[in-house]
Design a protein around this ligand. Structure first.
Ligand SMILES: [Fe+2]
Ligand SMILES: [Fe+2]
Length: 366
């Protein structure tokens, strides 16, 4: 029975487990203590109130099980909180190959619905000021799928920015996604959309190409860089596709190839070095730096490890955190999907802790 560290944050960590014996357990992290109830299956818990930039030991029922180092945040006050979810794939009822897992043959009761709903509850409880949805809202670009998504996203207590993915009119083309979402009061981002919060400008843009799985950044790059350059603090640039580090894809699905990705990042970094870029599409977690920029990929709430991302905006930078969706129905499902591709999915998709939780001080021109 093991408990692992899934997220480290400036004042909290998230712990998760594959199985915890059916009983009440005490988890101590540093000076903080929480009670959790094991049910024999997977679970997760966030332990808050920790000091920043400190090593803490994790004890389960007085036994040492793990250690972690909380993040040191960038300088200055915490100004805003932004959450993202992506790759929702409403309409999907199975996940993976070798083996293929089925949650429920009714799309309204299947994993995209219960995982997305749980993720939204958890990110709202975390205190998100704005939610950005990073594309692949539907699995097959169909009106009934957007109706399921629209019911969840159309009536939230915070502003919601929704960008399309390739499943929303790229290589999956059935219905008019803009019209389908408009029925739920959602105005899908076309081109570039900006949302200004204290300390940060969210620059969300449409990277899809009609009829294509991949991305074309060329037409939208000038508008993205101009919008980022005008940010009063830093810029959080959000897109669907991932920016690859190789000229030829070495994994599925391909995103923006290295040359086009580097052109985009060079232009963005020159226009606004105080920026980070986050994408999805791969349903996995990765992070790297490109010049002054932090570049990340974040997974989906609906397949292992089953996540959403939070961005803590400080005067001097930004922190990305990635948490597992921990509602019992969601985590029981996502834990099953770790077995896809003979278990390779469970090892590949989470990345390392440093791919998920990162403190990034802005690099400025002066
Ligand atoms: Fe996707
Ligand atoms: Fe995608």
């Amino acid at each position: 029975m093991t408990i692992d560290v899934f997220a480290v944050e400036p004042t909290a960590i998230q712990l998760h487990w594959r199985a915890l014996a059916p009983a009440s357990h005490t988890i101590d992290v540093g000076d903080q203590s929480v009670e959790v109830h094991g049910d024999g299956g997977p679970g997760a818990v966030v332990v808050e109130g920790l000091p920043s930039g400190k090593d803490v030991d994790v004890r389960l029922d007085d036994q040492f099980v793990a250690s972690a180092t909380t993040l040191t945040p960038p300088p200055g006050n915490l100004l805003a909180k932004v959450a993202t979810i992506g790759d929702l794939h409403f309409g999907e009822t199975t996940f993976g190959e070798l083996p293929r897992y089925r949650s429920n043959s009714d799309p309204a009761l299947a994993h995209p619905a219960f995982c997305t709903s749980a993720a939204i509850n958890e990110l709202l409880a975390w205190g998100a000021d704005v939610l950005v949805v990073k594309g692949d809202i539907a699995h097959d670009n169909r009106r009934a799928e957007y109706d399921l998504a629209g019911e969840l996203l159309g009536d939230l207590p915070v502003p919601v920015v929704v960008i399309p993915g390739n499943h929303d009119g790229g290589d999956h083309r059935n219905h008019d996604v803009d019209a389908c979402l408009a029925r739920h009061g959602i105005d899908l981002v076309r081109g570039v959309d900006t949302t200004d919060l204290p300390g940060v400008r969210i620059v969300a843009f449409d990277s899809t190409q009609p009829g294509q799985k991949g991305a074309d950044l060329e037409p939208v790059t000038p508008a993205v860089t101009a919008a980022a350059a005008e940010a009063e603090g830093g810029a959080l640039v959000v897109m669907h596709h991932q920016l690859m580090t190789t000229p030829i894809p070495t994994y599925w699905p391909p995103g923006v190839s290295q040359r086009a990705a580097d052109r985009f990042l060079d232009a963005l970094g020159a226009a606004q070095p105080a920026a980070m870029v986050t994408g999805g599409h791969t349903h996995r977690h990765r992070a790297r730096r490109h010049g002054p920029l932090l570049v990340t990929e974040v997974g989906s709430p609906k397949d292992y490890p089953g996540t959403w991302a939070g961005y803590l905006v400080y005067e001097g930078g930004i922190v990305q955190i990635v948490r597992r969706v921990s509602a019992p129905e969601a985590i029981r499902w996502t834990e099953r999907t770790a077995g896809a591709l003979f278990g390779a999915w469970g090892r590949w998709s989470p990345g390392r802790l440093t791919d998920r939780c990162i403190s990034h001080p802005w690099i400025t021109r002066d």
